[in-house]
Design a protein around this ligand. Structure first.
Ligand SMILES: [Zn+2]
Length: 109
């Protein structure tokens, strides 16, 4: 796997959290866990934020998880099979937050 910022081969290490690939460039926060797409620190933070606003909607049981993901996919113009917050970039994570905001406005009215 290659660090998308530095075009350098990422280095493998076995950690207690599982296999990890990291960029060899000092200061680079690009990491890949268990073969997932590499993400830097701010992208990982953005994904956590997106999950934090999105997950409570289906966890509360207000809407079925599958239906919510289908609507998010529709909103973002993606296929459901491509709609994984864990693979989104920062811009897409912002779209998730926009989706949640508009979604709640619509179901309230
Ligand atoms: Zn890097």
């Amino acid at each position: 796997m290659i660090c998308p910022d530095h075009i350098k081969t990422m280095l493998f290490s076995e950690t207690k959290y599982g296999p990890r690939l990291a960029c060899p460039i000092a200061g680079c926060t690009m990491v890949s866990w268990n073969g997932s797409l590499p993400a830097d620190k701010s992208t990982r933070q953005a994904r956590m934020n997106a999950h934090a606003v999105f997950d409570p909607i289906w966890k509360d049981g207000k809407v079925k998880r599958k239906k919510l993901y289908a609507e998010l996919a529709d909103y973002m113009g993606l296929k459901v099979s491509e709609t994984h917050i864990g693979q989104f970039d920062k811009i897409q994570c912002e779209s998730v937050e926009w989706f949640v905001n508009t979604y709640f406005k619509e179901i309230k009215t």
